[in-house]
Design a protein around this ligand. Structure first.
Ligand code: 13P
Length: 251
């Protein structure tokens, strides 16, 4: 039985003061919800302060990106070893990184390997663009993103994955529960092909893309979907708490 995960990706939102205020609005309520893993991923600049506020609670902390080397002359970058001293998770391969910062499967793969090496848990995102779906290539794209990102990784124990179709992110046009379930089943199949049944069965695979308190039920009731990676709705305390509550109710 996989414990569901609800992760909030705050993206490039919140100043330090806004981030700490948001955590204070939701942390006591989130802390009491059992049966679901709760992860907050604020911007780098707020990780330390948010981590301090979350200390002693059941809420876990993640970053939104990292570099693929552990240290060195890479002005402006943040390394996996810096992060592992501060948080447990890091989102990698997000479509916004692929789209706006030119991240390829190869680069995502280097980051994934560095992350495992530094004892950080990646939340690996994959997902097709609208034109790829419309031309019937969604399945192929998603499979190759999974295999590409995990190339050379012997055992991705603990890995969390997120299926985030690009056309559903920030658009208000979420996939249906059935659609997401089908693709997540396919991702699990790819994990089985690469690593065998045990890893495939234990890896949590989330859905992401316009998840709200109104539609979360549609996703977490699906067999293969183990929670959600939430963008916009994770910036609203009441809505995020409601999403987590509804996901816990599934168990
Ligand atoms: P939205 O929930 O704002 O669509 O964003 C989803 C996402 O990209 C989470 O990583």
């Amino acid at each position: 039985m996989r414990t569901p995960v609800i992760a909030g990706n705050w993206k490039m939102n919140t100043t330090l003061a806004e981030a700490t205020a948001l955590v204070k609005q939701m942390k006591d309520r989130l802390d009491t919800i059992k049966g679901v893993e709760k992860i907050l991923c604020p911007p780098f600049i707020s990780l330390a302060a948010v981590g301090e506020l979350l200390r002693g609670t059941s809420i876990r902390l993640g970053a939104q990106n990292c570099h693929h080397e552990l240290k060195g002359a890479y002005t402006g970058e943040v390394s996996p070893s810096m992060l592992s001293a501060m948080c447990e998770f890091v989102i990698l391969g997000h479509s916004e990184r692929r789209q706006y910062f030119g991240e390829t499967d190869e680069l995502v793969n280097r980051k994934i390997r560095a992350t495992f090496g530094a004892n950080l848990i990646p939340i690996l995102c994959v997902g097709e663009k609208l034109e790829e779906r419309q031309s019937g290539r969604a399945e192929k794209v998603v499979r190759s993103q999974v295999a590409g990102a995990l190339d050379g990784v012997d055992s991705p124990r603990g890995l969390v994955m997120a299926y985030e179709p690009v056309w559903a992110i920030g658009t208000g046009m979420a996939a249906t529960g059935e659609e997401a379930n089908l693709t997540i089943n396919l991702i699990r199949g790819e994990l089985r092909r690469l690593y065998g049944a045990e890893i495939a069965l234990e890896t949590r695979i989330l859905y992401g893309g316009s998840v709200t308190a109104n539609n979360i039920g549609e996703f977490v009731t699906q067999q293969e979907i183990d929670g959600a990676l939430v963008g916009g709705a994770s910036l609203k305390a009441d809505e995020f708490v409601s999403i987590v509550e509804q996901s816990a109710a599934r168990t």
